[in-house]
Design a binder for this molecule. Structure first.
Ligand code: SAM
Length: 235
């Protein structure tokens, strides 16, 4: 009995040692790649807070999803690259409400909400910053901390997207648009069908700025039908 317990303990220790060595190698590789990355250099030069800004710029170039005067809800916004791009286009007549779990530095023309979109308190703060109005566009570049285990990262990404889809009837105007990130995996097709059923048009897009070895893609829903996910949940 004691023997099998000690063997299990030993196997468990070996597992964590191998995992830690693997992770420190992969974070070292990530750092090296990041330093040489074209978009990192470009973001630094053009004063964007993140290289992710270029993903939204490329989505905009392809689909023209944002217009001057738009009210835009940016979910998972920190450190703020997407919000910078969105605020630059929506301009003074528009509004960007940026939401993240972590504190984001202030930014002219951007209303910042620190909160969790999965909690009622976070949803109430969003409602208050939108002042009862619905957004023209919802963006979500949200991601949980990645583990490097594809199936776990996919499952977490799907949970976040489900939460975003629940916010759509609350905060998106009829005819509006939705852009969200998802890590591909076993539930991708179902998720895509579910999301696109809410819109007249849907597209899947991987911007050039998205690293080719990343399984992330962006889904773009255009012309919201004004319905919820469940039968009868019209809004
Ligand atoms: C890839 S970063 C976003 C980068 C951002 N688009 C930019 O350009 O700077 C993903 C963000 O999602 C946020 N996030 C994850 N889960 C969240 C949740 N439940 N509610 C709000 N934000 C969340 C994380 O804190 C993280 O800052």
């Amino acid at each position: 009995m004691l023997d099998s317990f000690l063997v299990a303990l030993f196997v468990n220790e070996i597992f964590w040692i191998i995992r830690d060595v693997g992770m420190s190698r992969s974070s070292k590789r990530w750092n090296q790649e990041h330093q040489h990355d074209l978009y990192v250099k470009k973001a630094h030069k053009e004063k964007y807070r993140s290289r992710s800004a270029y993903k939204l710029i490329q989505i905009q170039e392809k689909f023209q999803v944002m217009r001057p005067g738009d009210w835009i809800l940016d979910l998972g916004s920190a450190p703020g690259g997407w919000s910078q791009v969105a605020a630059g286009i929506s301009g003074e007549r528009g509004r960007v409400v940026s939401v993240d779990l972590v504190k984001m530095d202030p930014f002219p023309g951007v209303r910042i909400v620190q909160g969790d979109i999965m909690e009622d308190s976070g949803i109430e703060k969003i409602r208050s910053e939108l002042e009862g109005r619905k957004a023209d566009l919802i963006l979500s570049d949200m991601a949980s901390n990645t583990t490097g285990i594809a199936s776990v990262d996919h499952d977490r990404s799907v949970l976040l997207v489900d939460a975003v889809l629940e916010l759509v009837p609350l905060f998106l105007r009829h005819g509006g648009g939705l852009i969200f990130k998802v890590f591909q995996g076993k539930d991708f097709k179902t998720l895509k069908e579910k999301a696109f059923s809410l819109f007249e048009k849907g597209r899947v897009f991987k911007p050039d700025a998205s690293r080719s070895r990343s399984v992330e893609v962006y889904l773009i829903g255009m012309q919201y039908r004004g319905i919820g996910l469940f039968p009868g949940s019209m809004v």
